[in-house]
Design a protein around this ligand. Structure first.
Ligand code: Q0N
Length: 329
C-alpha cells in the first residue's frame, strides 16, 4: 500500500531488514556512508545528502537522551520513524503540502542502487526547500519547557494561561509556542510570537501558526482515536519555488514521530506530575540508574534496554499506522 502511496520512500528489492523477526534482530545503522554523495548535514539522528537539486533524507538508528547521542542504536528505529513520518505526510496531505517527491528519478535511483541496504525503508527523496529558521511548536498539554516556563512566569512563550494548572494538564486550547534554532547543538530557545514575526515576517508567521494548529488539531484527533494523547509536537517548514516564479510553504523534516513529539498512552495519563516517555523511558531509567553524569561520552545500552525500547517504537508504529510490521517498507 505504501509502495504506491510513497514511491519516494526507497525500498529494498526484498525488503532488507523488514522481514527480521524476534529470532534475529538486525544490527543498528549508526552512520550512513553513501560514498561520494555530498553529506549536507548530520543531525543527532538524521543524515541529509544532496542528490542533484534535491535531497536524500536518511533516518539512522541513532538515539539521543539527555541531549547526547548514545553509544548504542535501536535496530530499525530509523525505518520505524520514517514509516511513521510517511504515514503522517499522507494523512495530512489535504491540510499541508510537504517536501516529499513523488518518485526517485532513474538517474538518482542509479546513484543510490549500491546503497540499498543502508537506505531501504529509512530514506526519503525530498525537495530542497528554503527552511524557515524557526521551530513551530504546538502544545495541547503543559509539559517540558512549557511547564517550566509556566511555573516561573504563569505564561508559555508570553501566552498567559489560567492560574493553577498542573504539570501535564490539558490546556484550555492548544497554543503555538515557536522556538529559534540554536546552531551550537544546544536546546532550541523559546521565542515570543512577535520575535517570530521579526524573523520570518508577519504574513509567514501567521501562515505557519495557522498550519501548525490545523495539523495538530487533525493529528491529535486521530491519535486520540488510537488511544494516544499527542501532548505536543514540533514542525519545520520550508519554502519551495513553483514554476512561474511563485512558491509555496511545505512541511519538511520528520513529522509527528516519537522523536519530535510527546505521545502519552491515554490509559495511564495522570496529570499532576511528569508523564513517562512513551518511547525512551527504559533508556532514561537505565541512564539514571547507572548514575551517568550526562557528559560525553554517552554510555552504550544493555541488550534488554535496546530490545524493550525497540518494542516501544514498534508499538507506536502499530498504533498509528495500523500496520503490524515493517514488511513492505
Ligand atoms: C533541512 N534540516 C533540519 C537532517 C535533518 N527539504 C529540506 N530542504 C532543505 N533543507 C532541509 C530540508 C528538510 N527536511 C532540514 N536541515 C536542513 C533538520 N536536519 C538536521 C540534520 O539531519
Amino acid at each position: 500500500m505504501l509502495a504506491t502511496a510513497f514511491p519516494s520512500c526507497l525500498r529494498g528489492r526484498n525488503c532488507a531488514g523488514g522481514s527480521d523477526t524476534v529470532l534475529h534482530m538486525s544490527e543498528a545503522l549508526l552512520k550512513t556512508d553513501l560514498g561520494s554523495l555530498p553529506l549536507l548535514a548530520r543531525g543527532k539522528v538524521r543524515d541529509l545528502y544532496a542528490l542533484g537539486d534535491d535531497l536524500l533524507f536518511v533516518a539512522t538508528d541513532r538515539i539521543s537522551a539527555f541531549d547526547h547521542v548514545l553509544g548504542s542504536g535501536i535496530p530499525d528505529k530509523g525505518k520505524i520513524l520514517t514509516q511513521i513520518s510517511a504515514f503522517w505526510f499522507e494523512f495530512l496531505k489535504d491540510t499541508v503540502a510537504n517536501h516529499l517527491l513523488p518518485s526517485v528519478p532513474p538517474p538518482a535511483a542509479a546513484l543510490l542502487a549500491p546503497f540499498t541496504k543502508q537506505l531501504a525503508g529509512r530514506s526519503m527523496f525530498v525537495r530542497r526547500a528554503r527552511m524557515f529558521p524557526v521551530e513551530c511548536v504546538v502544545r495541547g498539554y503543559l509539559s517540558g519547557s512549557g511547564w517550566k516556563d509556566y511555573r516561573a512566569t504563569g505564561a508559555v512563550c508570553g501566552i498567559a494561561l489560567p492560574p493553577g494548572l498542573l504539570e501535564a494538564e490539558k490546556l484550555p486550547e492548544p497554543i503555538f509556542t515557536p522556538a529559534a534554532k540554536v546552531t551550537t547543538g544546544g536546546h532550541d530557545e523559546n521565542i515570543s510570537y512577535a520575535q517570530m514575526e521579526a524573523i520570518v515576517g508577519v504574513e509567514t508567521a501567521a501562515e505557519l501558526r495557522r498550519l501548525t494548529l490545523a495539523i495538530y488539531a487533525k493529528a491529535s484527533e486521530y491519535a486520540a482515536a488510537k488511544g494516544l494523547i499527542l501532548a505536543d509536537t514540533k514542525f519545520e517548514f520550508g519554502w519551495v519555488e513553483d514554476a512561474g516564479g511563485s512558491g509555496h510553504i511545505v512541511l519538511a523534516d520528520e513529522v509527528l514521530t516519537p522523536d519530535s513529539s510527546r505521545y502519552w498512552p491515554e490509559q495511564s495519563y495522570a496529570p499532576g506530575g511528569p508523564q513517562p516517555s512513551f518511547d525512551k523511558q527504559f533508556v532514561r531509567d537505565y541512564l539514571e540508574a547507572i548514575g551517568w553524569n550526562k557528559r560525553a561520552p554517552a554510555p552504550a545500552l544493555p541488550g534488554n534496554v535496546v530490545s524493550r525500547t525497540r518494542e516501544k517504537y514498534m508499538e507506536a508504529f502499530r498504533l498509528l499506522t495500523g500496520r503490524n510490521g515493517l514488511e513492505g517498507a
